[in-house]
Design a protein around this ligand. Structure first.
Ligand SMILES: [Zn+2]
Length: 239
């Protein structure tokens, strides 16, 4: 576990969403790395402010998280204003509240990331993903969209996540693997076909090529077989 990993995952840590072993490792790392400890302290402070709860004693055990969802009952709607390019995220607390601002505003973005992963309403998840798709330079956004592509139960949310991730298949191997996984395993033909087209720019990659060869032979969908053959046929000969 390196600093980059830790800093990318601090938000998930604060949300209490890291697996037990990763959670533990992150705490071990922070205990001996000043840079990451400072980053964690800053983000934890931010979450506290957002929760607007009485600030906890700093002596609280580091395992005592103050996850943002503890005070947010649920995100009820996400509206985007294309003219001002701002997003309004409405959520229930003890009383309903809302935050409004640019997608790049950390308070807005944290709520969007949270909603994209955990909201029960697929329409809210879809709107979150749509607000985030052009912010994939941010690693947390990229991770959230990858998570949605892998695990969201709604094919529309998976498709829209794929729209944001598709342009990254060349530069980010984890994104490429998630898209490849969607091509091979997604239950929805639209998602699979979107994944196939997203992977065209990296068709010479050996894992992509192997997948296409397999799909061209034996995929149950005629469309996927045909498209895989087409992409393979357009491939330059490898010497
Ligand atoms: Zn570190």
């Amino acid at each position: 576990m390196n600093c980059e990993w830790v800093q990318r995952n601090i938000t998930l840590y604060l949300y209490g969403e890291l697996a037990d072993d990763a959670h533990h490792e992150l705490e071990q790392h922070v205990a001996r790395c000043q840079a990451c400890a400072a980053e964690l302290a800053e983000q934890r402070e931010f979450h506290k402010q957002m929760n607007a709860l009485p600030v906890e004693e700093p002596s609280a055990s580091p395992t005592t998280d103050t996850p943002v969802e503890a005070s947010i009952g649920g995100i009820t709607s996400i509206e985007r204003d294309p003219t001002t390019n701002t997003v309004k995220v409405q959520y229930d607390r003890v009383t309903p509240g809302s935050v409004q601002g640019a997608v790049s505003d950390p308070r807005v973005q944290d709520l969007l990331l949270y909603a994209a992963k955990s909201n029960e309403n697929s329409g809210v998840r879809l709107n979150s993903v749509d607000a985030l798709v052009d912010k994939t330079d941010d690693m947390r956004v990229r991770e959230t969209l990858t998570y949605a592509l892998r695990y969201d139960s709604n094919p529309g949310v998976r498709l829209h996540s794929l729209d944001g991730l598709g342009p990254l298949v060349k530069q980010d191997i984890r994104v490429r693997n998630a898209v490849l996984e969607a091509l091979l395993n997604d239950s929805n033909l639209g998602v699979r076909s979107g994944a196939l087209h997203s992977l065209e720019p990296v068709k010479t990659d050996s894992s992509v090529r192997m997948a296409l060869e397999q799909l061209a032979q034996e995929d149950p969908s005629e469309y996927i077989r045909t498209e895989s053959r087409r992409v393979l046929a357009s491939m330059p000969t490898v010497y």
